[in-house]
Design a protein. Structure first.
Length: 86
């Protein structure tokens, strides 16, 4: 019999019972609203699509790994630097 998994780990009956107990006790709505991505700046961030050639994509990955950050952070920093220089 296949079992449901989360992150590749099986979900036990004990875990399901804990979740049910937690749900029956109720949730703090304010705490739940704190979940999700943090704001960037003063408002909700906009998503921008960017196409990269394979070499630029590889360079972006390498820079993000070297700086211990995300690809998005590297791109935002590069765009800000370019806009300030122009």
């Amino acid at each position: 019999m296949d079992r449901d998994t989360i992150g590749g780990k099986p979900v036990s009956d004990e875990q399901i019972a804990e979740w049910a107990d937690e749900a029956e006790a109720g949730y703090d709505v304010d705490d739940l609203k704190k979940r999700g991505r943090p704001r960037l700046g003063s408002a909700i961030a906009q998503v921008a699509t960017l196409r990269l050639d394979p070499e630029l994509d590889a360079a972006l990955n390498e820079r993000a790994q070297r700086d211990h950050t995300t690809r998005s952070s590297v791109m935002r920093d590069a765009l800000r630097a370019w806009l300030e220089a122009s």
